[in-house]
Design a protein around this ligand. Structure first.
Ligand code: C5P
Length: 399
């Protein structure tokens, strides 16, 4: 992320468009760069000349302008911004966004962008309350679009109620605080978590001590930054992340199936402690103690989910993160895993007896990539999750 926040400002055609001039002034004063796009209707309310003068940049209006498209096309406009703000967001613009219409530059940019989008709706109270608009708002929220306002109050049409656009200082504040809450808006991220249980017979399993705490904290931290999280979890002993799309599984085979089904995703974090082996043959009835001798369990290897997803071609997430629980030669072994499995980052932990990490509240992680290692101090799993989520956000923004 660059140090100056670059806002792509789409000005919609409503009477509240006049407030954009004050908003642009405040954004510039706060040190943000503003690239303006106006709809045709917006130009009926404020002149492109005033907008351009305040932004210090030319206003873009037409999609089929040969000079403009050659210099900076609609994809480039989105690429060169950190977030897109739609002010005022009219009922028509919201409807176009919700339905994926792209018949002018503003709506085309909005369909083409993968950047966080913030909208400041402004319209007559009945237009706002109409089921069609409310349905569109719901759809857009589901797509990760962030809303500021509308407020309750008197409107230009003489009526009073919800529909009045938020004041420029509130929109400025939402834009400035937006990145932290919304660094991962519009991103879909897979997290595997917890242990897996491999059945031996109907009552016995091969398991491990993983609680699922680290994976749960990571899911919560990703959600706090706006990501949509698919959480594939084995039988965990901690509360699952609220609002994540939970897929509960038991065995490694089920986890692999659920993980494949969750694709495509932007990033995948494999925090699960997958049991390495499973019983070669699962007995259909309980193995009885009275059997002649203690049973000899024949085991075979489970699929390596992390390796399999890392080695995909078309549907490989653009960032794949594995975990490595080690008891000796932590960094060396973790680097070996990074290469052997083909993931992008490995979070290595020393889980030797007495470290209290497996099943505990704290972690002492080292993040290993092909470019080196970053040893972090001992910290709570929640703290580490926040740090990792910020790193993921920065990496996805840079890609
Ligand atoms: O090889 P090892 O089990 O130590 O690798 C740990 C990493 O690989 C973790 O990210 C874990 O979630 C993942 N893994 C996996 N499927 C397996 C074994 C491990 O996804 N069968």
């Amino acid at each position: 992320m660059t140090s100056v926040l670059r806002v792509l400002l789409i000005i919609g055609g409503g009477i509240a468009a006049y407030k954009c001039l004050e908003l642009i002034r405040q954004l510039r004063e706060a040190g943000l760069s503003v690239t303006p796009v106006m709809t045709r209707a917006a130009q009926q309310f404020v002149t492109p000349l005033s907008v351009a003068a305040l932004c210090g940049e030319q206003v873009r209006v037409e999609i089929f302008d040969p000079h403009e498209e050659a210099r900076m096309d609609h994809i480039q406009l989105s690429r060169q911004s950190d977030l897109v703000a739609v002010v005022p967001a009219t009922a028509d613009l919201l409807a176009k966004m919700a339905n994926g219409l792209a018949d002018d530059l503003a709506s085309t940019v909005l369909l083409a962008t993968d950047k966080p989008v913030l909208v400041a709706p402004a319209m007559n109270v009945r237009m706002w309350q109409h089921p069609a608009t409310q349905h569109n708002v719901k759809t857009l929220r589901h797509h990760g679009v962030h809303f500021v306002g509308p407020e309750n109050g008197p409107m230009a049409c003489g009526e009073t109620g919800p529909g009045r656009m938020s004041e420029p200082h509130s929109i400025l504040s939402a834009i400035c605080h937006f990145p932290a809450q919304c660094l991962l808006c519009g991103r879909r991220i897979l997290v595997t978590s917890g242990p897996t249980w491999e059945p031996v017979d109907p009552v016995r399993v091969i398991a491990n001590r993983s609680s699922g705490r680290q994976g749960t904290e990571i899911a919560k931290a990703l959600q706090a930054r706006g990501a949509e999280v698919v959480f594939v979890t084995g039988p965990a002993s901690v509360a699952l992340p609220p609002n994540a799309q939970i897929v509960a599984v038991e065995t490694a085979d089920e986890m692999l199936y659920a993980t494949r089904a969750a694709l495509p995703v932007d990033a995948a974090v494999f925090a699960a402690a997958v049991t390495d082996w499973k019983a070669d043959a699962v007995r259909g009835s309980k193995i009885r103690k009275s059997e002649a001798a203690p049973p000899n369990l024949r085991l075979r290897e489970n699929p390596d989910i992390l390796a399999e997803i890392s080695q995909l071609t078309e549907t490989r997430p653009s960032l794949v993160i594995g975990f490595a629980a080690e008891t000796e030669n932590v960094i060396e072994n973790a680097l070996g895993k990074l290469r052997q499995k083909g993931c992008d980052w490995i979070v290595a932990n020393d889980v030797s007896a007495g470290s209290g990490i497996l099943g505990g509240d704290e972690n002492q992680p080292v993040i290993i990539t092909e470019n080196g290692e970053n040893q972090l101090p001992r910290q709570s799993k929640a703290e580490f999750a926040g740090h990792l989520a910020d790193l993921i956000a920065a990496e996805l923004l840079a890609q």
